[in-house]
Design a protein. Structure first.
Length: 178
């Protein structure tokens, strides 16, 4: 689950941080990767922007990192107006795949996208942490050695699985330092 302020303040739960979910910028593959990386790195852009970069998809589903996403667009691509709306991030990616705009999504959501969307969309790591993902269990169960052991093993297995996934797909997210 997502580490929220409410979860931090809850004393009845034991939680273990699994990984930091990062914000990815979804851009149609028709956009030059160098241009996208220049925008991420806040480099000055002299060429006119492609139409797809002038519009963005605003996702209406509540998520912890929407303010960070809006701030990123204001600082990196202020001319990208929230032109489209979508109730879900997958719908937003569909709009990006149609070469109509850009949007943000989390790495976790990226791992669950249909393969067909990857052929038309490039994903760039913005360098922003979206949220911390944690495993939580009622604290009183941690007194039972079997549950405590299970909790520890499950946390480690999820950490390992996501680490392997992120390492395997790191090239998909383009290195913003290049």
């Amino acid at each position: 689950m997502v580490m929220t302020e409410g979860l931090r303040e809850t004393t009845s739960l034991k939680y273990e941080t699994l990984y930091e979910d990062r914000i990815l910028w979804a851009v149609p593959k028709s956009v030059d990767p160098k241009l996208a990386i220049d925008i991420i790195n806040s480099n000055s852009i002299s060429a006119p922007l492609p139409q797809a970069l002038k519009k963005r998809v605003a996702v209406r589903a509540p998520h912890e990192w929407s303010a960070k996403s809006n701030a990123w667009y204001k600082s990196r691509l202020a001319s990208a107006a929230p032109y489209f709306t979508s109730d879900l991030h997958v719908g937003a990616i569909e709009i990006v795949a149609a070469n109509l705009g850009t949007c943000h999504l989390s790495m976790t959501l990226h791992s669950n996208l249909p393969d067909r969307l990857h052929k038309d969309v490039a994903f760039y790591d913005t360098g922003c942490v979206a949220q911390k993902m944690v495993l939580a269990m009622p604290r009183h169960l941690m007194m039972v050695p079997t549950f405590a052991s299970y909790f520890e093993r499950l946390a480690e297995a999820v950490r390992d699985d996501y680490t392997r996934y992120f390492l395997a797909h790191a090239v998909d997210f383009r290195d913003v330092e290049t």
